[in-house]
Design a protein around this ligand. Sequence first.
Ligand code: PA5
Length: 433
Amino acid sequence: MIHLSLTTKFNEQLFDVNFMNFTDTISSIHHHLEVAEDELTGWLKLPMNMTIDDLNAIQFLSEEIKENADVLVVIGIGGSFLGAKAVREALSPNFTKNQNGIEVLFVGHNLSGSYMKHLIESLHHRDFYVNVISKSGATLETSVAFRILRQYSVERYGQNAKQRVIVTTDPENGLLREIAIAQGFRRLDIPSNIGGRYSLLTPVGLLPISVAGINITEILQGACQAAIDLEVDDIEKNEAYRYALLRYKLYSHGYQVELLASFEPRLSYIHEWWKQLFGESEGKDKKGLFPASVNYSTDLHSLGQFIQEGNPLLFETFLHFNNISEDYYIPFNRVDDDDLNYLSHRSLNEINAISKQGTVLAHAQGGVPIIQIELEKLDAFHIGYLIYFFMKACAISAYLIDVNPFNQPGVEAYKSKISDLLNLESIVNLVAE
Ligand code: PA5
């Protein structure tokens, strides 16, 4: 389902990864993941364990939202919004996002006043639902946006506002859960044993994706296939383990940055989701590859120069879908004043794929090691497959460098500094009054 390869120009020996040397290490990580029920590993079996009733409940709610609203406002940050946004972008047309669903707007991932003002203004003449998503139920950006949107909902819908608010949170803990119970908002559960960045296939991702008009059954079918394929404890047959090992090998040889690259603009938010997944899972204890991304051709005319000839600190991982149904053909021009007739009647997707091949050759020649991840088709099934593939590879990658894939202690540092500053400001203001 996924084809993986490694291309390097220099020192082939160095990267001739002998996967078999890692058999024992991988096996022990594999078994640790399988039995580590106390850790946040609920996502591993989630696609298989999802029942028709679970799915129907989400789809039913999604239909209600689509019938009664023009917009779904999703409030969340990090793992509580990136996955839904990534899948929505990847599977929707570039310029008309809500072809089979309604518009989904994301807020609560910044504290910008202008962003909020513009968002509220954009809702003035449209009907909307709100889906606030937070596992902890206490994230500042999310809570602030929810307070504003709650109030605006009451201004717009009065007593009926609560019908239009859906709370997605932990089933047992958190302030958001308490608010939902007290106010009578409908709730969707984020399973306690699944952390934010591994939660795309829970209601966190599935409700907004379904409201955007994307077939969540197909997403889950793809993820389920991946869960089956990538359950095997055999490095030669498990592409997620091979990807994790290739990254690990490159990291061990001094590479510090992994650049995820693709030639399809619709994948740019898959890059963002991937960066968050790997960055928060691996970047701790002064270890980890720095996950960055590029969108080609765009970035060939900016970062391309650095990648080709700059500081050799990075390797590239190309993400490519072999078949994209929408395409466009270059027309024939009788005058040929632009000298492009040699390309006439050729498909842009075909030229884009050749451009990818040329870039791989050039960058490899420049000394950049290249991993290639290829999938058959850009559709819901393969996106579901890819998501699960990356999550599994990420958990294995983190264990290979001996860090916990499921916590993010470093994120607390900025939160507590902001909180200190905001509290200090309040005290100063109070004294001034
Ligand atoms: O992966 C994670 O756990 C984080 O990125 C969280 O998703 C993010 O910090 C938001 O947290 P919460 O859902 O608790 O508001």
